[in-house]
Write a protein that binds this ligand. Structure first.
Ligand SMILES: *[C@@H]1O[C@H](CO)[C@@H](O)[C@H](O)[C@H]1NC(C)=O
Ligand SMILES: *[C@@H]1O[C@H](CO)[C@@H](O)[C@H](O)[C@H]1NC(C)=O
Ligand SMILES: *[C@@H]1O[C@H](CO)[C@@H](O)[C@H](O)[C@H]1NC(C)=O
Ligand SMILES: *[C@@H]1O[C@H](CO)[C@@H](O)[C@H](O)[C@H]1NC(C)=O
Ligand SMILES: *[C@@H]1O[C@H](CO)[C@@H](O)[C@H](O)[C@H]1NC(C)=O
Ligand SMILES: *[C@@H]1O[C@H](CO)[C@@H](O)[C@H](O)[C@H]1NC(C)=O
Ligand SMILES: *[C@@H]1O[C@H](CO)[C@@H](O)[C@H](O)[C@H]1NC(C)=O
Ligand SMILES: *[C@@H]1O[C@H](CO)[C@@H](O)[C@H](O)[C@H]1NC(C)=O
Ligand SMILES: *[C@@H]1O[C@H](CO)[C@@H](O)[C@H](O)[C@H]1NC(C)=O
Ligand SMILES: *[C@@H]1O[C@H](CO)[C@@H](O)[C@H](O)[C@H]1NC(C)=O
Length: 667
């Protein structure tokens, strides 16, 4: 029992690790091998060459090797996919590499991009058939192995040596091997080795050997990592990331290795003939029976199996349990009928639906390709689905169908908080007791996201419309983890939704794009003041003047007229409780990031009346006490777009190291 839960635990931790490698593409632009100019012959040859990969439908083994153009502008390129990728998946990955390279290496004649499922490189010199083990790129995981490091290293080394010899023995179509081995302390390590198949077996062994010898130096005690070289790569991971290797037809082996395969083939031929001629009648019979069986089976499960085949073979059963069939969702939402549409956000429309078992669901139909591979998307869903708390809207699963990506959530019957607190009539339904409970619930949900969950999730877009209310008016935070489920830079159209909502954004986030748990604390503070005052953060109307809610609250607090802040419909409230909440709200919106409390202290302050609260300093944006020091979003879209680009750049740059460090704390 203990062993099982241990294993489960380490599995869960490992899940978070995978993200680092899946999310990270590595690019090397070679600045020493010459530059080309935009729109030069080299540039157009390169584009022609790379865009023509997909017309080579004869290639089924994941190795693309072409050249195009005339010297001195001839371009040579090699594309290589993992052995579990079918041609469609392979070309898709190579296309992604191509887009990254065009972006990151806009004028280098020679460049390489490595991704989880493929590698693409090009140069102005012939690169076919040469072993090149520089430049080397390494991805080192944060997670440490548990148990004895020496024992782990022994296991890992023997696994990688074994896989290396298997890969090296491959033919000129594929030199690839994957495998796993149990490691100490209930761990399993999953290895992957691959050479470009144009290498000789010796060169492949040499290249992989060098990569493997990096392990003790760079990865000692780490649970996973990648060594990426132009001609070969290795990866080890505490979690399975590859699917079954696609079979290559041995008879279709190209002439280059005619040696090995044909000599074997000939030796076997005579025996095979004898074996076939004698029992030919029974074989025919068996074949007929087999065909009948297949046909019967096919028609029975036609729908199901067709869909299965399209999907990645490397699904883990865990993901399967979360995966919904597209048809199920289509039926549940009545073909995404308009009357079932309950919202439209920056990430796409939300539909209400009912499964055949009666369960009500909310389906978010992501408005565009989320910019990540299917496997990566699934991994993100797995992680987010693990976050379960009574104050979080539960993610039940997902659905992938072609370019469609759907997220399936539990349905929360009442509308969002903004529907009540900003409505002059409906706000009466929320008396102080309810509002106080809502504040406490949001605080607990956020605390869970920040500190108690396995992953450290920063919401980034906490606001009244993201707080849903269940039948008993308990709050549930929605839209958390969206930064993981949708790549940020793919959704620029709805900038304000992605980057955060102006008015709730902490100044360091709004201005510099720096986010942290403390920027969520800021948004929480704004939300608390909204709940107490019944005013939107955008302004409190006083006759002719509109004053920003934070300024308004701060001015009244400073002048000792705090009761002005309180929503007049709150007649029942315990004065002390309300004052304390205002005080906490003001502590959360302080400009000084360090002075803002953590969610853990907020939860403590809400629970313990005996705790003395510090005196808040002036909130952000107050400036001279009257006006915001930042331009409003509508009046300055320029400011806004610049800020998006900044944060997009930042996330691109940090995709490997910082993103995984700041956003993800495996436990
Ligand atoms: C590649 O380009 C560089 C820089 O332009 C040049 O020095 C080199 O000779 C080229 N290589 C070939 C094989 O043309
Ligand atoms: C090529 O361009 C890059 C910047 O794009 C520059 O850093 C590098 O020095 C250039 N290399 C040569 C040989 O001009
Ligand atoms: C390159 O060509 C495209 C289309 O012909 C043109 O729009 C662009 O301005 C050109 N860029 C440069 C730097 O010449
Ligand atoms: C593109 O690929 C097709 C199919 O292999 C080939 O016939 C054609 O010549 C290629 N075109 C270029 C411009 O390389
Ligand atoms: C790979 O490309 C090189 C250079 O273009 C060519 O000489 C070689 O024949 C190609 N090999 C295969 C297997 O296509
Ligand atoms: C390659 O990716 C680009 C940008 O994502 C996309 O516009 C294009 O259609 C893709 N091409 C293929 C052949 O998939
Ligand atoms: C892994 O171990 C190193 C040194 O033993 C330590 O500095 C590091 O914090 C550990 N990393 C994690 C994620 O526990
Ligand atoms: C690799 O491992 C497999 C299974 O563990 C084993 O059968 C095989 O002999 C090993 N190969 C080498 C070269 O060590
Ligand atoms: C294939 O094998 C035959 C005889 O073994 C040899 O003559 C021929 O050169 C080989 N082809 C290649 C491409 O190596
Ligand atoms: C391939 O063929 C060559 C001569 O055709 C021979 O010397 C060599 O041993 C063969 N290799 C293998 C692996 O059979």
């Amino acid at each position: 029992m203990a062993a099982v839960s241990f294993r489960l635990l380490s599995f869960l931790c490992c899940l978070s690790i995978i993200i680092i490698s899946q999310a990270s593409a590595q690019t090397n632009c070679d600045n020493d091998k010459g530059n080309y100019t935009i729109n030069s012959t080299y540039h157009s040859n390169l584009n022609t060459l790379l865009s023509n990969f997909s017309s080579h439908t004869d290639i089924y083994y994941g190795f693309y090797n072409f050249s195009y153009g005339q010297d001195p502008d001839k371009v040579y390129a090699i594309g290589l996919c993992r052995g579990d990728q079918n041609p469609d998946q392979c070309l898709k990955c190579l296309n992604e590499s191509r887009v990254s390279l065009a972006d990151e290496c806009p004028n280098q004649k020679e460049a390489i991009n490595w991704r989880g499922e493929c590698m693409l490189r090009y140069s102005n010199r012939s690169i076919f058939g040469r072993m090149e083990n520089q430049p080397t790129s390494r991805i080192v995981y944060l997670k440490n192995v548990t148990g004895s490091v020496d024992e782990f290293n022994d296991v890992l080394e023997s696994l990688m040596r074994n896989l290396s010899s298997t890969a090296a023995s491959g033919d000129s179509r594929r030199k690839y091997a994957t495998g796993s081995k149990p490691a100490p302390d209930f761990q399993t390590t999953y290895g992957y080795t691959q050479c470009t198949p144009d290498l000789s077996s010796e060169d492949c062994t040499t290249c992989l050997g060098e990569a493997i010898s990096d392990i003790p130096n760079y990865f000692n005690g780490k649970a996973g990592g990648n060594v990426l070289k132009p001609s070969c790569r290795i990866r080890f991971d505490p979690y399975s990331y590859y699917g079954p290797t696609l079979k290559l037809d041995p008879d279709a082996s190209p002439t280059m290795t005619n040696n090995t395969s044909s000599s074997q083939g000939k030796g076997n031929t005579s025996r095979i003939i004898i074996a076939i001629v004698v029992p030919v009648a029974s074989v025919v019979l068996v074949l007929i029976l087999f065909c009948i069986y297949l046909r019967a089976r096919k028609s029975r499960k036609q729908n199901e199996s067709e869909k299965r085949e399209d999907n990645n073979e490397d699904e883990i059963s865990f993901a399967e349990s979360l995966q919904f069939d597209f048809d199920t969702i289509r039926v549940a939402t009545n073909e995404f009928a308009d009357c079932n549409k309950i919202g439209q956000g920056g990430f796409g429309a939300v539909y209400r639906g009912q499964l055949s078992n009666g369960q009500e669901i909310a389906v978010k139909r992501l408005s565009r390709d989320s910019g990540q591979g299917d496997m990566e998307f699934k991994n993100e869903v797995l992680l987010v689905a693990k976050l379960q708390h009574r104050n979080l809207v539960r993610l039940l699963g997902f659905c992938l169908e072609g370019t469609e990506r759907l997220l399936v959530y539990e349905f929360v019957p009442n509308k969002s908080l903004d529907y009540f607190i900003f409505d002059p009539i409906k706000k009466a339904q929320l008396d102080w007791q309810r509002r106080y409970k809502i504040i406490g619930g949001i605080a607990r949900g956020l605390l869970y996201l920040h500190e108690d969950s396995r992953l450290r999730i920063i919401h980034r877009d906490l606001k009244a419309s993201n707080i849903l209310l269940d039948e008993e008016m308990h709050p549930k935070i929605s839209d958390f983890g969206m930064a993981r489920l949708v790549h940020m830079d793919q959704t620029q159209e709805n900038t304000s939704r992605i980057v955060g909502t102006y008015g709730y954004m902490a100044p360091e986030y709004a201005i510099y794009g720096q986010f942290s748990a403390k920027s969520d604390v800021f948004s929480f503070g704004v939300l608390v003041l909204e709940i107490i005052s019944g005013h939107k953060n955008s302004g409190v109307r006083r006759g002719e003047n509109v004053e920003d809610l934070l300024c308004f609250a701060w001015r009244n607090w400073r002048d000792g007229t705090t009761t002005n802040i309180v929503d007049p419909t709150l007649t029942d409230g315990l004065r002390n409780e309300i004052m304390r909440c205002i005080h906490i709200g003001l502590l959360c919106v302080q400009e000084n990031v360090a002075a803002r409390p953590t969610m853990a202290s907020v939860a403590l302050m809400l629970n313990s009346y005996s705790l003395t609260l510090p005196v808040p300093s002036e909130p952000a944006f107050v400036g001279d006490g009257r006006t915001r020091s930042l331009p409003d979003m509508q009046s300055s879209s320029e400011h806004n777009s610049r800020q998006t680009i900044e944060s997009a750049n930042q996330s691109a740059q940090n995709s490997v190291n910082e993103a995984s460090i700041t956003e993800l704390y495996p436990r």
